[in-house]
Write a protein that binds this ligand. Sequence first.
Ligand SMILES: Cc1ncc(C[n+]2csc(CCOP(=O)(O)OP(=O)(O)O)c2C)c(N)n1
Ligand SMILES: [Mg+2]
Length: 119
Amino acid sequence: MVFIGDGAFQMTGQELGAFARAGVHPVIFVLNNDGYLIERLIHDGPYNDIARWAYHRLPEALGAGLGLLARTEGELEDALDLANRRSDSLVLIEIQVDRMDSTPTLARVAGNFRTLSNK
Ligand SMILES: Cc1ncc(C[n+]2csc(CCOP(=O)(O)OP(=O)(O)O)c2C)c(N)n1
Ligand SMILES: [Mg+2]
């Protein structure tokens, strides 16, 4: 299983092709919050925006397996069910969340960095 942000995926996503060549079948969760949230929480600006890729369509384009889109909890449950039944294939699940969704821990840590960088 692989968990990756949309920003990090834009630097490494071509490796889907290598997975296909190696014949391995990970389940890949792409957490799509429309940019670099960790940086937005510290200091926001247009440099935290990234291109809006259709991540769930990339496995098909790269001949690498199945891509699914989850925009709600129900869609995520359906995608997990399908991934469970498709262990013979790479499955990429794009999970769309709100732009500023964050765990309390991340918000606290980033807030401390923000305070330090404003001193
Ligand atoms: C090779 C490389 N380039 C740049 C960075 C700087 N960097 C750290 S976090 C980050 C953005 C991460 O965005 P995303 O993967 O979407 O995660 P999010 O914070 O949105 O959950 C970047 C560019 C890095 N860590 N490694
Ligand atoms: Mg992101």
